[in-house]
Design a protein around this ligand. Structure first.
Ligand SMILES: Nc1ncnc2c1ncn2[C@@H]1O[C@H](COP(=O)(O)OP(=O)(O)OP(=O)(O)O)[C@@H](O)[C@H]1O
Ligand SMILES: [Mg+2]
Length: 290
């Protein structure tokens, strides 16, 4: 029985799981040369003084998939996203984006090669409007060269029009029209979460990392966010790494799940397998949770 609050998404996610499974089977049969591994995390460890935030964690993100990272508070989920996006540098281990080693690259370089993220504690310009936040995200991300930007007409003008069009597409897609001109700092939390997702999309990601995109949201907002995440995966055809505490959402929309506990990976598999894993149940879900 699907979790009640996103039950109407169940058929759609079931269909999606079938498609992802079929892709993997085609790959296994050699119809597609190799499964595309978009990101590979290899034995990374990170500690802060005596706190071992991540201990020898390895996993991969495939394309297509929605990969959920779950675990109790303090398990190391945000640290993991921080290592992938360049905010933290693990003391040990390696991270590959395609064939490229990305450990040690600064966050702006990592976002410029295609990895965008949202933040557990929303990171927006709170004094600016929704549209201006999205335009700023594009301008910071897609930089023209100094010569062409010194002349407004011609390429710079055309690029500006392209940025505006891209921002308008995101506003339409995430249904932000009613708040496009609103100052972000004045908006309710759920709407700011949505704008944070829009900001990440404005950077044209090839891999999207979401850190608790539904935290603090009400019932309808969570439903909408689950739908947007499925739409992004389907329409943009990019893999998504989803850190989320709402087990109903995780089990319903993710293709695979990685479970962390005290910085260690304790399980990995499809939602159906994870749901019944005794280690996961005792570490995180609790007997009553499923
Ligand atoms: N900058 C830091 N300095 C010191 N300790 C840190 C730092 N960042 C994270 N930690 C510690 O690393 C551990 C993992 O933290 P992390 O934020 O990754 O947990 P989490 O799984 O995201 O938890 P939550 O579900 O509460 O967001 C925690 O013990 C945390 O206190
Ligand atoms: Mg966190």
């Amino acid at each position: 029985m699907p979790p009640r609050h996103i039950a109407h998404l169940h058929n759609r996610t079931k269909q999606r799981h079938v498609t992802v499974k079929a892709e993997n089977m085609k790959m296994a049969k050699g119809k597609i040369s190799t499964p595309e591994v978009k990101l590979r995390v290899e034995s990374i460890s990170l500690s802060f003084g005596g706190v071992q935030a991540l201990a020898d964690v390895s996993f991969e993100v495939r394309n297509p998939e929605i990969l959920a990272i779950i675990g109790p508070n303090g398990a190391g989920k945000t640290c993991l996203l921080n290592c992938i996006s360049g905010f933290y540098k693990p003391q040990k281990g390696m991270i590959y984006y395609g064939d490229k080693k990305i450990v040690g690259l600064p966050p702006y370089r990592i976002s410029s090669i295609g990895i965008s993220r949202t933040f557990q504690n929303i990171q927006l310009y709170s004094g600016m409007t929704t549209v201006d936040n999205l335009m700023a995200a594009r301008h910071m991300h897609i930089k023209p060269n100094l010569f062409s930007s010194s002349i407004y007409f011609g390429p710079t003008h055309r690029r500006e029009i392209e940025h505006r069009k891209a921002v308008e597409r995101i506003i339409d897609f995430l249904e932000l029209e009613p708040i496009r001109k609103k100052v972000v700092g004045m908006l309710p939390y759920g709407q700011r979460k949505k704008i944070d997702l829009a900001r990440a999309l404005a950077q044209e990601p090839q891999l999207l990392l979401l850190d608790e995109p539904m935290a603090g949201m009400n019932y309808e907002e969570k439903e909408d966010m689950a739908r947007y995440i499925l739409d992004i995966a389907d329409l943009r055809k990019i893999p998504i790494v989803l850190v989320e505490h709402d087990m109903g959402v995780v089990m319903d929309i993710s293709d695979r799940v990685v479970v962390l506990d005290f910085g260690q990976k304790i399980a990995e598999g499809t939602p159906d397998v994870i749901k019944v894993n005794p280690k996961v149940i005792s570490a995180y879900l609790g007997d009553a949770a499923i």
